[in-house]
Ligand binder design. Structure first.
Ligand code: FAS
Ligand code: PHB
Length: 400
């Protein structure tokens, strides 16, 4: 079998790339090791930057996001028991974020791909990349026990942190940077109305809390927990009790509890792999970088990588230029490191570390107070939270 672009991974990065390339008339095949149901069953991100929504628009898959997504013009910081609103809209000259679950983005992309009759090979086993530093790369894999080969011009490694693509870059070429945090996030999804209209990021003596949502009837909560915790240690009742202890009586006046639809513990790490291209292999999304979810950047970074890769592929096939290919890694990494810094900073500011100590707590309190009192400080938070520009306006306009 042959295609122009072989995409490894049918998560949001792989599916969005496949849809954008299809819209540009560039043939592509996606290889995914799991089933569609498994991919849809992973509950992850919840906040989309405007740049991500713009790319969904360009891909022609944003109708439901516009209909059902919640436009949020602000977030709240809570510390010392008091809540402080950060007016994203006012501080960024009109920008906002959209609350729309990653599961729904993935579902919309899957539906579009199926409706277009495009090839997604699920349950592809033993994917191996070959010839990535030649002009004739190929992907070998097994399906139903039968060895298959997919020949292609380029390979897009959209296979997440544990995928095969990053590991296919020679060790003497790849450079990695990592920080592992000494805690995780215990997430719960429940069909109960959110405690507040906007997200609440809370710094509390018992640890970080995030109050988020998927709709006006479905809530998503996160508690910072020790890495030694197991999800089976946490009954629904224990979760709600701890949430009440951390949020306090005043916030909990509007808390509605109920049975969990999903509970999971995600470890937190900052991770970047450089370069994001080697020969004919491009890395995009979690295959190349991980951020602690505090800044809501993971899914959005995956989208911006895909935007730059879409531009590189259309330059190559439609404009006969390899400008986008040559500067792909550098363009992605500039935005990746900016998001890594913001996510690390926001995590360090709001979470309880084993070695924080009394002085460290005073520093966190001083910075949180500075944030809400200084327009410059809150503007910096706001512009990073809504997402820095991709400088793709010309592309989005040209190809809309
Ligand atoms: P994904 O990991 O989503 O997709 C990669 C795909 O590749 C998967 O379907 C996988 O099955 C497939 N794959 C892997 N190896 C393969 C192989 N060898 N062959 C074929 N296919 C292979 N971000 C936020 O903004 N907010 C959050 O709250 C948040 N929570 C998260 C919780 C968890 C537990 C995790 C892991 C991530 C979370 N993220 C969050 C980040 C997350 O949303 C990612 O940024 C997003 O899924 C990135 O999408 P992809 O790059 O497509 O990677
Ligand atoms: C979510 O709703 O899952 C979510 C929202 C904001 C974050 C992280 C996760 O920063």
């Amino acid at each position: 079998m042959r295609t122009k672009v072989a995409i490894i991974g049918a998560g949001p990065a792989g599916l969005l790339l496949g849809q954008l390339l299809h819209k540009a008339g560039i043939d592509n095949v996606i290889l995914e090791r799991q089933t569609p149901e498994y991919v849809l069953g992973r509950i992850r991100a919840g906040v989309l930057e405007k740049t991500a929504v713009d790319l969904l628009d360009l891909a022609g898959v944003s109708e439901r996001a516009h209909q059902e997504g919640l436009v949020h013009e602000g977030i709240e910081l809570m510390f010392d028991g008091a809540r402080h609103r950060i007016d994203l809209q006012e501080l960024t000259g009109g920008k906002h974020v959209t609350v729309y679950g990653q599961t729904e983005v993935t579902r919309d992309l899957m539906d579009a791909r199926n409706n277009a009759g495009l090839s997604t090979i699920y349950e592809a086993e033993g994917v191996q990349l070959e010839g990535i530093d030649t002009n004739a790369p190929q992907v070998r894999y097994r399906q139903n026990g039968v060895e298959q080969t997919l020949q292609c011009d380029f390979i897009a490694g959209c296979d997440g942190f544990h995928g095969v693509s990053r590991k296919s870059i020679p060790a003497d070429v790849l450079r990695t940077y990592e920080r592992v945090y000494p805690f995780g996030w215990l997430g719960m999804l429940a069909d109960v109305p959110p405690v507040s209209d906007e997200l609440i990021y809370a710094h509390t003596p018992r640890g970080f809390v995030l109050c988020s949502m998927r709709s006006e009837t479905r809530s998503r909560y996160y508690l910072q927990v020790p890495l030694t915790d197991k999800v089976e240690d946490w009954s629904d009742e224990a979760f709600w009790d701890e949430l009440r202890l951390r949020l306090g009586a005043d916030v909990c006046k509007t808390l509605v509890t109920g049975p969990s639809l999903e509970k999971s513990i995600a470890p937190l790490r900052s991770f970047v792999a450089e370069p994001m291209r080697h020969g004919r292999l491009f890395l995009a999304g979690d295959a190349a970088h991980i951020v602690p979810p505090t800044g809501a950047k993971g899914l959005n970074l995956a989208a911006s990588d895909v935007g730059f890769l879409y531009e590189a592929m259309t330059d190559h096939y439609l404009e006969r230029s390899d400008r986008g290919i040559e500067n792909y890694s550098q363009r992605c990494l500039e935005r990746v490191w900016s998001a890594e810094r913001f996510s690390w900073w926001f995590t360090t500011l709001t979470h309880k570390f084993p070695d924080t100590g009394e002085f460290g707590l005073k520093m966190q309190a001083a910075e949180l107070n500075y944030l809400i009192k200084s327009r410059s400080a809150s503007s910096a938070l706001a512009e990073n939270y809504v997402g820095l520009p991709m400088r793709m306006e010309d592309l989005l306009a040209a190809r809309a």
